[in-house]
Ligand binder design. Sequence first.
Ligand code: PLP
Length: 290
Amino acid sequence: MTPLSLFVLDLSAEGAGRLTRHDPAEPVIPVTDLGVTRGDGIFETIAVRGGVLQALGPHLDRFERSAAMLDLPVPNRAHWTEAIEAAAAAIPEDPRPGAVKFVMTRGIEGGSHPTGWALGFLADDPSGERAGGIKVVTLDRGYRHDVAQTSPWLLQGAKSLAYAVNKAAGREAARRGADDVIFVSSDDYVLEGPSSTVIARFGDTAVTPPVELGILPGTTQADAFTALEAHGVATLIKNLSPADLVEADALWLCSSTRGAAPIRELDGAARTVDAAWTELMNTDLDARRR
Ligand code: PLP
């Protein structure tokens, strides 16, 4: 990640959404901020291509959903849009995808309002993994498939800042010689990646698991499905088991800056990379202008 621009949004009653620009290398967030000390907050990462924030509306919708799940104040869409657009405006044309990460924490411990900021940066170039595919392992997330209904305080399905577990899963994948992870529930439902959504191809149908399993509604998966449907592909939201993943004709992990990354190995077994669907999805995803 190459940070480029940082805008802090004043979320106090008096601040009324005032934006201040900072050098991203400068220390800005106090060490007593609950985002720093507890991972208590939410975030989104939006890709910026050709100067356009891709899927801004769905990212703001998900930000609102996460805020509600964490009992944070309802984000003011106009204020956040202004901050995100300001951060995006500083991103130059580059072969790497630009991105804006925007964050709202519960604020300083003992304080009265959240902390908010939007950071513009250049993300890693996904072209290598799009062309060559990625190696993935399945890992048990340790929760049942109905955890979001039985235990909502576990915040499964919220895009919270508490990603230490997601990062640990990535390191476990590396220890097993893989690039990424598909989480599976303790009762054998396919969930999502630590920072991505699963898409599986069965014949002429694309399938992704339902958000009721305590996973994020993927903005990239939604737009990838729109792209596939425009090319006559049927799409389905449906529960999948690890055995279904073995049966699938092809598999992808998708997320905002990465697009659709085809899986070339799952749990040590070689998988067919579907270059045609990969190209179809990524062409439309990269061309999004809203
Ligand atoms: N699931 C998780 C846990 C994520 O963190 C992300 C994105 O970072 C996704 C899915 C994919 O979401 P999107 O396609 O909106 O980037």
